[in-house]
Write a protein that binds this ligand. Structure first.
Ligand SMILES: [Zn+2]
Length: 81
């Protein structure tokens, strides 16, 4: 796994003149536009449920099926008028 995460723009001024900082340590970058030094750190992957898939494709087909409940007024129940 690559440890390099290169920013394309400065997060502070938007300048593209970025260079890795030798003094900042791992993941540190220096901006030539605003002379800021910042650090990038990979925190990990987000655990989100299928955000890229369309909602209609992932919808379960058995969503509208009614639960197997016994009907009211069972046939074995005597009706008296
Ligand atoms: Zn900058």
């Amino acid at each position: 796994m690559s440890e390099r995460a290169a920013p394309f723009h400065c997060p502070y001024c938007g300048e593209e003149d970025l260079r890795p900082s030798e003094t900042g340590g791992h993941g540190a970058w220096e901006c030539g536009g605003c002379a800021r030094a910042f650090k990038l750190q990979f925190l990990g992957l987000l655990a989100r449920p299928a955000a890229t898939a369309p909602a209609t494709a992932t919808a379960p087909a058995h969503h509208r099926t009614s639960p197997p409940t016994p009907p009211r007024g069972a046939p074995d129940e005597p009706h008296r008028h």
